[in-house]
Design a protein around this ligand. Structure first.
Ligand code: HEM
Length: 426
């Protein structure tokens, strides 16, 4: 994830001052609130429909294997681009902006260095690294700049998007757009909204394809809850799909898309010097960073028995787990972090992942691709210690989660609206 390119210009994610954070969070939060998602849903569903058509046509008549990471990344990128600046990047259907996706991954590596070693930002090494910022990173910066410039050229409130909600409070002008607060928000918003949901969706499909019981339960729930694919929208029917929500939560537990350690430190103010932070009897001096790794909490068997096994049922009611154990589990479930700096995009994450998974299960049956291809995304002993489990989706913590696969074979159950291939097949 990119943070502000310009020292001294902060976005909601990296601003330290509490009242400045409250202000930015309120502004940015409006774009990803539940209310905003309801307004944005038709745009999101249009992109999902395109995705389903592509899945159908890429499958062809004989079920060609499909690497989900490729198609899902494009889907999530296009959706978040539309929500941010109303720009349809069309990476799903047009190659022009596809390089942005790999460019952003390159940028994540750079950001990750600074997230893990923030002191480097203040050293000469920062300027040195900037000199050698790869062409891909520069291309990404330039593309964001272009997206914002295109939006700035339109009327401020021409549509419901992040820009329209923040522009009256954040000035996009300045000598350079990259120095602006709008740029700082955009640079975080795009990867925060695209990478995370793509990790969640690909991991869900990976686990469903390897756990026939969970697959059967989810397929039956979805196929009995809706009258048609077009009927799949947010509302009581979708939120009534309890196994769907349990599948999403179990995926967020077993493969959290933000899987790393979210470092925190006490500010070096006079006030905090007088009220030391005490954790488990240890006094943590100001300036010292502390954090608990999300993947580690989610795999602690004191909280989640049999932690490496994919069990959506653990999230359902009436599964024989005592109320006190359930409470322990819920307290330890932190894929979005908690507190004032917890994820602002939770509503979007659940809405988008529910719509995509329900639609896939409605329109298709799917299974793991045969042979070596089908193993992509799973662990193996060559990947090193801790990555041996074939049935664990492999995420790499590079600011957000890097992933590849699963490779699956899809069999259309019914016509995807507007798809010429599945229409022919009928
Ligand atoms: C499965 C999906 C997602 C997961 C697992 C996730 C996870 C997280 C986590 C763990 C944080 C806290 C980071 C930290 O404290 O260092 C965070 C912050 C944030 N996320 Fe998400 N996120 C997801 C989706 C989204 C989406 C879709 C958006 C918006 C498009 C979004 C916007 C944000 C914002 C703005 C923050 C900063 C909040 C603040 O500091 O006040 N996230 N997310």
């Amino acid at each position: 994830m990119y943070t502000a390119a310009t020292p001294g210009v902060y976005g909601v994610f990296n601003v330290i001052d509490k009242s400045a954070h409250r202000f930015k969070r309120k502004l940015v939060g409006q774009a990803i609130s539940e209310l905003s998602m309801r307004k944005f849903e038709p745009v999101m569903r249009e992109q999902i429909e395109t995705f389903l058509q592509l899945l159908s046509s890429a499958s062809g008549s004989n079920g060609s294997p499909i690497n989900l990471t490729v198609l899902v990344k494009r889907l999530t990128f296009d959706i978040v681009g539309l929500l941010a600046f109303g720009n349809n990047l069309k990476t799903q259907t047009d190659p022009t902006y596809r390089s942005l996706i790999s460019a952003q991954a390159a940028g994540n590596h750079r950001s990750n260095i600074f997230l893990q070693y923030p002191f480097l930002y203040k050293t000469k090494i920062f300027s040195f690294l900037e000199l050698f910022a790869s062409d891909q990173v520069m291309a990404y910066y330039n593309a964001i700049e272009k997206m914002i410039a295109m939006r700035v050229a339109e009327a401020k409130h021409v549509r419901h998007d992040l820009y329209s909600l923040i522009v009256d409070e954040m000035n996009p002008n300045g000598e350079y757009l990259k120095d602006s607060e709008i740029w700082a928000e955009a640079a975080f918003f795009l990867p925060a909204g695209a990478d995370t949901i793509s990790g969640l969706l690909c991991a869900s499909l990976f686990y469903l394809s390897r756990n026939p019981n969970a697959y059967a339960k989810l397929a039956s729930e979805i196929r009995s809850s809706f009258d048609s694919g077009n009927d799949i929208k947010t509302g009581p029917k979708l939120s009534g799909c309890k196994f769907l929500r349990a599948t999403i939560d179990e995926t967020l537990r077993i493969s959290p898309p933000a899987s790393g350690t979210l470092w925190r430190e006490l500010p070096t103010s006079e006030e905090s010097k007088n009220t030391p932070l005490v954790i488990d009897g240890h006094v943590i001096p100001s300036g010292v960073q502390v954090g608990v790794n999300t993947y580690a909490i989610h795999h602690d068997e004191d909280y989640f028995p049999d932690p490496f096994s994919f069990q959506p049922e653990r999230w359902l009611e009436d599964t024989g787990i005592s109320a006190s154990r359930k409470q322990i589990m819920h307290n330890a479930f932190v894929p979005f972090s908690i507190g004032t700096r917890g994820c602002a995009g939770k509503a979007m994450a659940y809405a988008q992942s529910s719509l995509v998974l329900a639609s896939i299960l409605w329109y298709f049956d799917f299974e793991v691709a045969p042979g070596e291809l089908g193993k992509l995304g799973g662990g193996n002993s060559r990947l090193g210690e801790g990555r041996e489990r074939e049935n664990e989706y492999q995420l790499y913590d590079v600011a957000s989660a890097v992933h590849d696969g699963p490779v699956l074979v899809f069999h259309p159950r019914t016509k995807v609206m507007g798809d010429p291939v599945s229409q022919e097949r009928r």
